[in-house]
Design a protein around this ligand. Sequence first.
Ligand code: ADP
Length: 261
Amino acid sequence: MLDKVKHVILVLSGKGGVGKSTVSTQLALALKEHGLKVGLLDIDLCGPSVPYLLGLEGKEIYQCDEGWVPIYSSEDKMLSVMSIGFLLKNRNDAVIWRGPKKTMMIKQFLTDVKWDDLDYLIIDTPPGTSDEHITVMECMKEVKCDGAIIVTTPQQVALDDVRKEITFCKKTNINILGIIENMSGFICPHCTTCTNIFSSNGGVELAKFANVPHLGTLPIDPRVGVLSGTTLSVLTELPDSTTALTFKSIVASLTKTVEAQ
Ligand code: ADP
């Protein structure tokens, strides 16, 4: 039930491990800090990590007549969360559904969650190289969506997969809201010097090449990992960090673009 949801944004990646779920959760938290009512839907069947990232593991979800009821991350009810991970007993359990059962489950998660009035719904999707990704994108045809954000790391091998993802979005008529380059350089917590461990600017170059916006470049920041297991935003916890400033600017440009569409 997405009829009470104003804007739907997909978060995609070319491959796993690039920080897609971290970006999805911190983006949801940053939008909430912006005073918006947000939902976060985790349908990454390959590794539904949102319950872990927000410290909500083990929470029970239940179904009412109108559908699945999401979990509120805080008492102010400004962020509600639904994840395939809530259906697994243990984070290390694999999702074993196959074929039609898997497709049905994805469809149900996209359409049968009883979301409140939301300003934004962020959807964390399975990585681009997986079968699950195709299933989700097929199901997305029936969902009205403002567009997708693609998360990548700067290495060439990750960027190659993102190129495929961009082509995929263009073929399936999914609007690309922009690219976020994550893990781009390491900022030393002691001297704040940035070391480009892999390389940098690949996301910027790719955005230029594909003619899509570059939303921001996030460094590797171990303090971001420390926030895992909490519902704390980098905006409030690390307000002067490059990560927080980048998320602020991502929220500003994203809300401007989406609300003007
Ligand atoms: P994905 O969803 O793409 O598989 P995750 O969001 O689960 O990736 O991130 C993989 C790991 O990398 C996690 O342990 C996360 O804490 C860490 N991580 C992601 N982005 C950053 C970052 N910018 N700085 C430090 N650690 C990060």
